[in-house]
Design a protein around this ligand. Sequence first.
Ligand SMILES: C[S@@+](CC[C@H](N)C(=O)[O-])C[C@H]1O[C@@H](n2cnc3c(N)ncnc32)[C@H](O)[C@@H]1O
Length: 297
Amino acid sequence: MDEATLKKRVYKFDPFAAVPEYIKVNRDLVAVVNSHVPGGLTGKRIGDIACGLGLMTKLACEIASPASSALMDRSDEALELAQQELGPYSGKTGLEFHVADAQEPLPVKPGTVDVGFLGNCIHNFARKAEAIKYAKEALAPGGLLAVVSTFFEGAYVPGTEILWQRWITRARRIIQEKHWPFEGQKERVQAGKDHWLSQQKYCDLMTENGLVIVRTELQTVELKQNALEAIAEFNDFAQGALRPAPEYLQTATAALKLAAGEIFQGLKGVNAVTAIPRYWMMVIAQKPLQPQYAETT
Ligand SMILES: C[S@@+](CC[C@H](N)C(=O)[O-])C[C@H]1O[C@@H](n2cnc3c(N)ncnc32)[C@H](O)[C@@H]1O
């Protein structure tokens, strides 16, 4: 099966996108972005890069009336779902959908985006600096870029590291104990793909690309068993976590789901813990105004 068919068949981010804690933390972060845009997001042109189901645009539309949003994702299935999700807002906000790789020049006119979102996606990119460079190109002078992720160096709340490691080792053990056929990826993982950077390193990348850091944010989110089971269904996550050969992706997902159940069973048994805290980070940076309009005092 070729890669495009496989991606189409397995794209399954909708379960995690529906987890209330996921929606809430992103809603809070979009509200922070809104507070940094002069006049808020109403009337602004959004670039929702690697949009998935269009959550960033949807949350922006909940609190404001953006003029438009250009939604871009490499998965056409994600874009179809985003189109459905955003149906209720299509009357008041101009929506366009593009299949696009965030690490390449974006399919929008340079200098036309007031607020760009790289929501919950940049950790998956092999070429993170390019993604920032092309997002910056799309921004209008003075425009903002918000990078959001929970897969970054420092995402584990101190004391919980062991649980996240145990989740992966348990999943591997389940595959062995159940004698499920399983093979790892044969092709080499692109350098940088699924590589976690620290929040500071994201700030550095943005600064190196000529953006000015406006705000950094770190929020704590309590993730319950259903959240871990839902993220296990997402192809990019299961691939990054267990690195299965494409035909064993469903096996990886099944093992991760069972392992999540075991982890929480163990936690409940010992000390009635029902959620694991985790940090979510955001960096907001601004594209400088053209030099002739910059203030001198
Ligand atoms: C975890 S989802 C997040 C979606 C959404 N931005 C949100 O915050 O809910 C990550 C999305 O990134 C997309 N993606 C991954 N790599 C990409 C790339 N190189 N270019 C464009 N989209 C990409 C995936 O298809 C997926 O829809």
